[in-house]
Design a protein around this ligand. Structure first.
Ligand code: HEM
Ligand SMILES: [Cu+2]
Length: 548
């Protein structure tokens, strides 16, 4: 008699064909791919909304959106980009697909919980869509600040409930990764043999697990306030609206490390492979990942210097903000030191990684401008802040997302792609990015406030100019996605190790079989030795020698 346990333990592909074999799969690779398809949909929708915001801002006054609709559009853009793209993107797609393989095992520790996390992600996305209808999507901004989020008539309750559900999916992913790294490493793989991508996912998972509950409860409090009016955030009832800001940023600042740490892990995988040199400072990078996860939880109030905090509190949070920049700088130093005197082999993943290092550094350095109270109070809530977080989130994680997609695509799908189109797309994206966001730094320094659909005449030229940058961004992104889709026209003949990598995923076939390893994988020690590691783009192609 077939038990429930054996029902789930029999891999779905062996049981069902077609869509059903996906919908009940517990294979980490398939779950990673299902996240990829869903997250790409949301990302492209978020990009189009970004383009719409920019088109509205290209001309003063009403262009295509009324003031109310503009407020809902940037809120939707922010909510999609934060909760449906950037937080889940790299951990849920590439973490799910590659973490078990990188530590030499055949799945995550809780495969069914992993599938549940995907369903929660889909349900969260669905509820966000539902919030669009009836009273319209919230017009509060993605931060849902009280008292406005309690009083506004728009669909705040369902939107924050969507974010609550998405938080659950994120926590389950974190729980799974921590348990898998502790319990399922290939025998003999010590902690200092774990690849850096997996290390960053491990550090991220602790932040996902410990910080997410704070925002989950805080978002539920908004719903309670909207329906019961307890007065938690209402001074007239003894409450305090600033309490909401503390609770919200106690998650949302550590959340920026949920966004950037996995991205940093991707870059730490790519740079050594295309420099043909082991990473500089493996242990320093591991320590800095854990350091960021811990120190990053202590700086949240640097978002609130203008909320009436005491000078002492401002001083403490400003100092801590400078401290947390140190581990990030260690990583940038290690990447550049690895490139130094390496035999650089340019490929689309490396090109995108170099863009990441430049854009993330600009984002990080402008973060210090914001961390210093003296400058912060002048540029708080202006387009300087908007540009800063686009440099770190989009220039950082967004570019690392594409670098990861182009680095692991041959392994995930067994197909190579067109390099020329990839470069054209990446150059359009990078050029458009700089043309779009650098003017926003200047507009912010000149005092243009964020979250207004209109502006004073002196801001007209730079806003108009930035519009062309946004057009290039959109064109570049769609070209890079279409280029990958077109790879399905190519033969499925990518080699198992097209780049000459040294982590375990390059010891599996492309794509990997259900249980990942056709043969017992060999765990290598850091520093990796790249000499003699052969590269071959496709099975048929001759071995690529150095400098080809
Ligand atoms: C074509 C690409 C994009 C364009 C043109 C764009 C444009 C903008 C603009 C102009 C704003 C400010 C709206 C205002 O304050 O009035 C904004 C806000 C925002 N963007 Fe983007 N963006 C793009 C991509 C992204 C990406 C990739 C992310 C994240 C990964 C992102 C995250 C955000 C967030 C969180 C906000 C804040 C929304 C709020 O104020 O509540 N954007 N975007
Ligand atoms: Cu912050």
């Amino acid at each position: 008699m077939e038990t429930v346990k054996s029902f789930f333990e029999t891999p779905a592909p062996a049981r069902y064909k077609g869509i059903l074999s996906w919908l009940i799969t517990t294979d980490h690779k398939r779950i990673g791919l299902m996240y990829l398809y869903a997250i790409l949909f949301w990302f492209l929708l978020g990009i189009l909304l970004g383009g719409l915001i920019r088109f509205e801002l290209m001309f003063p006054g009403e262009t295509v959106l009324t003031a109310d609709v503009y407020n809902s559009v940037f809120t939707l853009h922010g909510v999609i980009m934060i909760f449906l793209f950037i937080i889940p993107a790299i951990p849920s797609i590439f973490g799910n697909f590659f973490l078990p393989i990188q530590i030499g095992t055949d799945d995550v520790f809780f495969p069914r919980l992993n599938l549940l996390s995907w369903y929660l992600y889909m349900i969260g996305g669905f509820i966000a869509i539902v919030s669009l209808f009836s009273d319209g999507f919230p017009d509060t901004g993605w931060t849902f600040y009280v008292p406005f989020s309690v009083s506004t008539h728009t669909n705040v309750s369902s939107a924050v409930f969507a974010a609550f559900i998405l938080g659950m999916a994120s926590m389950l992913t974190g729980l799974n990764f921590i348990t898998t790294v502790h319990r399922m490493r290939k025998p003999g793989m010590g902690w200092l043999q774990i690849p850096l991508f997996t290390w960053t996912l491990y550090a991220t998972s602790w932040v996902q697990l410990l910080a997410t509950p704070v925002v989950s409860i805080t978002l539920l409090l908004i719903i309670i306030e909207r329906y019961l009016g307890v007065g938690l955030f209402d001074p007239a009832k003894g409450g305090d609206p600033i309490l909401y800001q503390h609770l919200f940023w106690m998650y949302s600042h550590p959340a920026v490390y949920i966004m950037i740490l996995p991205a940093m892990g991707v870059i730490s995988e790519i740079i050594p492979v295309f420099s043909r040199k082991s990473i500089f400072g493996y242990k320093a990078i591991v320590a800095s990942s854990m350091g960021i996860a811990v120190a990053g939880s202590l700086v949240w109030a640097h978002h609130m210097y203008t909320s009436g905090m005491s000078d002492t509190a401002i001083f403490v949070f400003s100092l801590l903000t400078f401290v947390v920049a140190i581990p990030s700088a260690i990583k940038v130093f290690s990447w550049v030191s690895t490139l130094y005197k390496g035999s650089i082999q340019m490929t689309p993943p490396l090109f995108l990684s170099l863009c990441f290092i430049y854009l993330f550094s600009v984002g990080g350095l402008t973060g210090l401008v914001l961390g210093a109270a003296g400058t912060n109070i002048h540029v708080h809530d202006t387009h300087f802040v908007v540009s800063h977080f686009h440099f770190v989130m989009f220039g950082g994680t967004g570019f690392a997302f594409f670098a990861a997609l182009y680095y692991w695509w041959p392994k995930m799908f067994g197909r190579m792609y067109d390099f020329k189109n990839a470069y054209i797309g990446a150059i359009l994206l990078t050029g458009g990015f700089i043309f779009h966001y650098v003017p926003m730094f200047i507009l912010g320094l000149q005092g243009m406030p964020r979250r207004y659909y209109d502006y004073l005449p002196q801001y007209e030229n730079l806003n108009f100019f930035a519009g062309f940058g946004a057009a290039f961004i959109v064109a570049g992104i769609f070209l890079m996605v279409i280029n990958l889709v077109l790879s399905f026209k190519r033969p499925r003949d990518a080699a198992s190790d097209p780049w000459g990598g040294t982590t375990l995923e390059w010891q599996t076939p492309s794509p990997p079989p259900l249980h990942n390893f056709a043969a017992e994988p060999e765990v290598l020690d850091y520093p990796y030795d790249f000499t003699g590691v052969v590269k071959r783009y496709s099975k048929e192609e001759p071995i690529h020698e150095k400098g080809e």
